[in-house]
Write a protein that binds this ligand. Structure first.
Ligand code: ADP
Ligand code: MG
Length: 633
């Protein structure tokens, strides 16, 4: 059976191409410059084996010319050019890519051709009402002019171009209310777009820039002569050409990295750390990443967008590719350049790409290792880093049900109460004395208060270290970790701290049982404020403290109070009493004398005191103050 060819409504197809592929009009310039670069690449490649090319590498250039009056923007190259047939085939056929054919015919590592889909050229019609291409192919003595107003079709006629290469002349559309085109015939507008997308195209992109200078002083100028200025034009190279990330690390000065970082990511401060890495083989990429010295002002807000800039063959594809970096390393800024990504036709978005996934996995590992190295080799710097971004690492431990906690746990540092500095979990565990069962921590808003907590005394008194956690996320993070190197985390204000011997435990229990009636009376007076009252081993000097039972600690209750939806989550509070404190005796005496009024009054006073020590507000401050004054009389 004869297979029939599909027919395409080329007008409709072109219309589609022009109006629905790209989200951003300004990329037309990226496409035309990429084509020019490809054309130069081809002639350069030819010149390697063909002496008649006769053009020096240093003479290759892409020239951008603006004619404001006539509203034209011209992109000229001195690359390989197109014959009449090639104009017909490459520009007259949608989705025909001469560049892809070239790449396939010349398998050579030194070629870094950008084109592949055969549609980029038509993006010119997004901004131009009329496109003229004048080209002279290498090795030909004829030149041709191709012209089109878009979907209606095109004409080709002989032209008169002296040099090999191609000029693409765009008649830029007039501004309308909704669509602005004037930037494309504006020196600054155009140079910005070149910088943004084509900064690392490897041939110079030159454009005439208007500059200002002081006029020479006339010879007969008097004392009151004031300098006069004149403007002049100068051809300038707009792009930086050689990407920093393709240069050898050893050949780039720290200053160059810093300047690049500051100007690319608009930061006034040099980065804390530069990470330059590349891979060849299964996946090819170069990456240049930076860890900022401080969090950007919007970092902890919804406005902040994580992501690395993505380039392919030196041309920018995406300004912030979020998939390249996990949330918990969202502070990393940088650039990834890879030549073998499967782009979609607009070269704006990527297809579901396993290359991209593999790259992001590698980068994540690299970032983590660099941070670990920083932690081990330059603690001061690491502390600076952690101050700025520790919170997001902790959040990474906590979120996604702790899926990434093992990956991140060694990046954590906390303040050690006994060493009086930040230490890692590993450092804590390594310096644990024999017999210590738990990793102790106290959570609250300031180090000073935490180190004075009644229970802190008793943990430190045992010769055990204590982590003082002052960020609201801390306890949630440690609870998610649950254990580190088989040691359980223990909030010193919850449950059994495992500090006393079996015998001590036994004695406490006996004494608690003896005072059962007293405690019942006290509970009655506290009217549901506490879940239990018991004697404590947590206390050394203080008469009382509060601890909690169950999954929600007192500190967590404080944090959750400020979160919509969790306002009513409460901890189960336990009032603990120091059995060797005089106050305990006073309570017992009052109770045995049958003075329940005194027991009730003291219970409330002690409870309020315990609240204050925990940094919690007391429910009725006026009542409390009155009761204290009463005692002073
Ligand atoms: P692609 O670049 O993906 O191949 P384009 O639509 O941008 O698709 O270009 C189509 C083809 O036209 C190119 O493959 C190339 O063969 C040819 N071409 C475009 N611009 C030029 C140029 N400046 N010089 C030489 N050939 C060009
Ligand atoms: Mg192209």
């Amino acid at each position: 059976m004869r297979v029939k060819q599909f027919k395409a409504e080329s007008k409709k197809l072109l219309d589609l191409m022009i109006n629905s592929i790209y989200t951003n009009k300004e990329i037309f310039l990226r496409e035309l410059i990429s084509n020019a670069s490809d054309a130069i690449d081809k002639l350069h490649f030819k010149g390697l084996t063909d002496e008649s090319v006769g053009i020096k590498d240093s003479d290759f250039r892409i020239l951008i010319t603006i004619d404001k009056e006539n509203r034209t923007l011209t992109v000229s190259d001195n690359g390989i050019g197109m014959t009449k047939d090639e104009l017909e085939n490459n520009l007259g056929t949608i989705a025909k890519s001469g560049s892809l054919d070239f790449k396939n015919e010349n398998k050579d590592d030194s070629i870094d051709i950008i084109g592949q889909f055969g549609v980029g050229f038509y993006s010119a019609f997004m901004v131009a009402s009329d496109v003229t291409v004048i080209s002279r192919a290498f090795g030909s003595d004829e030149s041709y002019k191709w012209e089109s107003k878009g979907a209606e079709g095109y004409t080709i006629e002989p032209a008169d171009k002296a040099e090999v290469g191609t000029d693409i002349i765009l008649k830029i559309k007039e501004d309308t209310e909704n669509d602005k085109y004037d930037a494309y015939i504006d020196e600054y507008g155009v140079s910005d777009i070149i910088k943004k997308y084509s900064d690392y195209v490897r041939y110079p992109i030159k454009m005439e820039r208007t500059k200002s200078r002081v006029k020479p002083r006339p010879e007969n100028a008097g004392d009151d002569y004031k300098d006069e200025y004149e403007s002049y034009k100068e051809l300038e190279t707009i792009n930086s050409m050689v990407p920093l990330w393709k240069r050898k690390k050893s050949e780039v000065k720290e200053e160059e990295y810093n300047d690049f970082y500051k100007s690319t990511f608009y930061d006034y401060e040099a980065p804390l750390k530069v990470i330059s890495t590349s891979s060849e083989g299964m996946i090819n990429y170069n990456a240049l990443m930076f860890i900022p010295s401080h969090a950007p002002f919007d970092f902890y807000s919804k406005e902040y967008k994580k992501g690395l800039a993505l380039y392919t063959s030196g041309v920018m594809i995406m300004e912030k590719c979020a998939d390249l970096i996990p949330d918990y390393f969202g502070f990393v800024r940088g650039i990834v350049d890879s030549s073998d990504l499967s782009l979609n036709i607009s070269r704006e978005i990527l297809q579901q790409d396993h290359q991209l996934k593999a790259i992001s996995k590698n980068l994540e590992k690299k970032i983590k290792n660099e941070l670990l190295a920083l932690k081990d080799n330059d603690r001061e710097k690491y502390e600076k880093f952690f101050k700025a971004f520790g919170r997001i690492i902790k959040f990474g431990v906590y979120s996604d049900y702790g899926m990434n906690k093992e990956k991140l746990q060694d990046l954590l540092i906390f303040y050690s109460a006994s060493q009086k500095k930040m230490i890692s979990l590993d450092e804590y565990v390594t310096s644990m004395p024999e017999g210590q069962k738990y990793i102790y921590f106290a959570a609250g808003d300031n180090i000073d208060r935490l180190s004075k907590l009644p229970a802190s005394d008793s943990v430190l008194g045992h010769g055990y270290d204590l982590l003082l956690c002052t960020e609201d996320i801390d306890e949630f993070c440690l609870q998610m970790l649950r254990v580190y190197k088989e040691k359980e985390f223990k909030n010193i204000n919850t449950g059994d701290l495992g500090l006393e011997t079996e015998k001590e435990k036994e004695e406490l229990k006996e004494e608690t049982d003896k005072s059962k009636d007293l405690f019942d009376e006290m509970k009655k007076a506290l009217n549901g404020k506490v879940a239990d009252i018991r004697l404590s081993s947590r206390l050394k000097e203080h008469p009382v403290c509060l601890s909690s039972e169950g999954p929600v600690s007192i500190e967590m209750e404080k944090v959750l109070k400020n979160m919509p939806g969790s306002e009513n989550v409460k901890s189960n509070k336990v009032l603990e009493i120091n059995a060797s404190h005089d106050i305990y005796k006073t309570l017992k005496d009052a109770f045995s004398e049958g003075n329940n009024e005194k027991v009730a009054k003291y219970s409330l006073l002690l409870y309020n005191q315990a609240l204050l020590i925990e940094g919690l507000p007391i429910e009725d401050p006026v009542e409390y103050a009155k009761a204290v004054c009463e005692l002073m009389k």
